[in-house]
Design a protein around this ligand. Structure first.
Ligand SMILES: [Zn+2]
Length: 248
């Protein structure tokens, strides 16, 4: 079990009534949240990374089967996950953010920053002797804005933003379609993480996470019995990726 699995079971045990997700009648795997016959758990592997991720998850986000923050923890070892609260903060999270080994960045779009804090967006500006630690605000767009505004421990942290220029430079096109994005071109949490890894020249885990997220989306569509599935070759591409992985 990784950090998001643990958080999922903890949050679920606190629920007084079951969370009614779309497609709630589907019999899901409790780990990957896909329908049992589409479960991807037995082909899940992790890739080492030069970066670390912290997921700050908005309350019911961790219960949503379509959540993609979980995919980061699937692929990147040592990912931490916390439930966000306006009034309390986990001590372990504060310790991680203060840890001298890491350079934390909160990931947030530049146009919504309301203060004068530094924004990192250049491709080569991540060079630091410390391990980059990316704090991902995992929730709906409205929830992420609230988390950004109402978390005092994030206010002294530089922001990293993926600008349109950066996306263009990386020739990136979102394959995210599980939820109706409230903004054209909005990326999923897992896609953003993959791009951050790419910015840090961490290409293998970046590619791995993107493929894993495409595979998840594909199996998710199958789970809810959609037809005309996008990305039908992703199973073969993922298997090819696995067979080319350096032995660990
Ligand atoms: Zn599974």
């Amino acid at each position: 079990m990784h950090a998001v699995h643990q958080l999922y079971f903890k949050r679920k045990s606190q629920s007084t009534k079951p969370f009614r997700a779309r497609g709630c009648k589907v019999n899901r795997c409790q780990y990957c949240q896909l329908a049992m016959d589409n479960c991807i758990c037995d082909i899940r592997v992790q890739t080492g990374s030069k970066c670390k991720f912290v997921l700050l998850m908005h309350d019911i986000e961790v219960l949503k089967p379509s959540n993609t923050g979980r995919l980061i923890a699937d692929v990147i070892p040592d990912t931490e996950a916390y439930l966000w609260s306006r009034t309390t903060v986990d001590n372990k999270l504060l310790q991680t953010l203060k840890d001298e080994r890491y350079q934390p960045y909160v990931v947030f779009p530049e146009e919504y920053i309301f203060d004068n804090r530094p924004v990192v967006k250049e491709l080569d500006s991540l060079s630091t002797s410390k391990t980059p630690l990316f704090v991902m605000l995992d929730g709906s767009w409205q929830e992420a804005k609230k988390m950004f505004r109402k978390s005092p421990y994030l206010t002294n942290m530089p922001v990293i933003s993926l600008s349109n220029d950066t996306l263009e430079a990386l020739s990136f096109k979102s394959e995210y379609f599980l939820r109706k994005a409230s903004k054209e071109g909005q990326l999923s949490t897992a896609e953003v993480a993959s791009l951050l890894l790419q910015l840090n020249n961490d290409h293998l885990p970046s590619m791995h996470l993107l493929l894993w997220s495409e595979l998840f989306s594909y199996r998710y569509q199958k789970s809810v019995c959609q037809t005309n599935l996008a990305n039908p070759d992703v199973e073969q591409r993922y298997q090819a990726f696995l067979s080319n992985l350096p032995s660990r």
